[in-house]
Design a protein around this ligand. Sequence first.
Ligand SMILES: Nc1ncnc2c1ncn2[C@@H]1O[C@H](COP(=O)(O)OP(=O)(O)OP(=O)(O)O)[C@@H](O)[C@H]1O
Ligand SMILES: [Mg+2]
Length: 459
Amino acid sequence: MIPLRLQEISRATGGRLVDGADPERYVDGPVVLDSRLAAAGSLFVAVAGEHADGHDFAAAAVDAGAVAFLGTRQVGVPGVVVDDAAIALGAVATAVLRRLPATRVIGVTGSAGKTSTKDLLGAVFATAGPTVAPAGNLNNEFGLPLTVTTAQPDTETIVLEYGARGIGHIRYLTTVAPPHIGVVLNVGTAHLGEFGSREKVAQAKGELVEALDAGGAAILNADDPLVAAMAARTQASVVTFGVAETADVRVGELTTDDAARPRFVVTTPKGRAAVALSLHGAHHAHNAAAAIAAGLAAGLDLDAMVEAVEAAIARSPHRMHVRERDDGVIVIDDAYNASPDSMLAGLRALLKMKTHGRRWAVLGAMRELGAETERAHREIGIHAAKLGVDRLVIVGADASPIADGAAAAAGWSGEVTTVADADAAAVLVAAELLDGDVVFVKASNSERLWRVADRLVQG
Ligand SMILES: Nc1ncnc2c1ncn2[C@@H]1O[C@H](COP(=O)(O)OP(=O)(O)OP(=O)(O)O)[C@@H](O)[C@H]1O
Ligand SMILES: [Mg+2]
C-alpha cells in the first residue's frame, strides 16, 4: 500500500489505536485478510467469518511483520479497533484514493461478465499506463477496497468490479471508490432470488452510473433495454456499445471461429477495426466492446486497445478456460459460476466449437434463483436439447430439472444421465469420451464442478 501512518488510518476509520500501536508507524506493506499473507509493513484486517475469527490470527500476522491489525476488539497486539472492519477497510481504501488524485477509477457491474470485462479493461488501460486490475472476483465490501489498497504512487488506472446482492450495495461501494467511468454490462437473472425481479436488479446496477459526476462517462449496453435506460440516471456523458445500429461502439459482422472465438468489426467514433479475440464465446464480443468504449471515453488509442483485447486470455480461473488433451478431446471449464444467462452463453459457445466428435455438457445447479429455480433449470435443459448437445450429464439432485427439461424437449436425439456428484460425473465422462469430443462443464461456484474438468484433463 502507499504508505499511511497508523494515525492516519485511525483518523480515516474513526478507530482507536490500542496495545502499543505507534501512531507514527507506517503501513506500507500489503493489506491482507489472510494472516498467512501478512508481510513486513502489512495491515491485517481481522474479520469474524463463518468458520474462523480473524482476531485469533492477529498475533500471527503481527509476528509475520504486520504493523497492526484492524478489527473490532483488542487482542493484546497493536491494533486499530473499529466498530465494523469492512466499513473501516473501505475507509482505508478511500484514504488511499485521496492520495492518488490523478488516478482514474473504472467501475464495471452487470449480472454476468463483470470479472471477464474487468480483465479486458485491465488489458485495455494497461496500454496507456500502470493499471491495477487483479485477477479474480474481488467485487464485494472486502475485495473492492483490498484491490484499491494495491495501488502504487504511479498507478494511473484502477479497474474495479462492483458486485451487488441487493439494493444499495453498489451505492456503498461507490462511496468507497467513486468511479470516473462506469460500465454496465447487462441486467440478467443472476442472484434473482435476492433481488426478486429484473427491475430491482436494474435499480441496483444503475447505482454505479448514478455515482458518476458530469465529467465522467457511463458505458451502457445498447442491446439491453434495462441498461440503456440507465442513461436517464446519470449526469455523466453516455457511450453505448452493442450490436444495435444506434450503439456508439458497435459490434458488427459477429461470427465465431472453429474454437468459438469471436470475430467482429468494431465501429467507433474514432474509426473501425477488425477484432479477433483469443477468448472463447460470442458473449466476449460485448465485453470487449464495453472495454473499448471505456477506453475511448478516456481518450485511449483504438488500435492499441484492439491489440490488447485480441491478446487477452482468460485470466481469472474457471471462465471459459479451454484445454485440449493429447487425444484431441477439448475440455471447457466454465465452472466459476452460473446463472441462466451465462449457462446459455456457455452452451452456445459449446455448439460453436467445431468437432467431428460429440458435444457433452456436464451441468450442475444454479444457485440464488429463488422462486425461479425449478423453472430456470428446466429451461436450461430445453435449451441444451434444442441447441443440440449430444450428451448431458446432470450433477446432483438440485440440478435434476435440467434433465427433465431436456428429456421433455421434442425431437432431441441426445442422451441425458443424472449423477450424484462431481466424482461420479468425472468417472462417467472419462469412461465414455472419444477422440474429438468436446466437454463443457458449468454450475454455480458452490458446486466446485471444475473438479470434473480438472479430472478429465489430468486423468
Ligand atoms: N456478457 C456476458 N453475457 C453472458 N454471460 C457472460 C458474459 N460475460 C461472461 N459471461 C459468462 O458468465 C460467467 C461469469 O463470468 P464472470 O465471472 O466474468 O461474471 P461476473 O459478473 O464477474 O460473475 P459474479 O457475479 O460471480 O462476480 C462465465 O461463465 C462467463 O463466461
Ligand atoms: Mg465476478
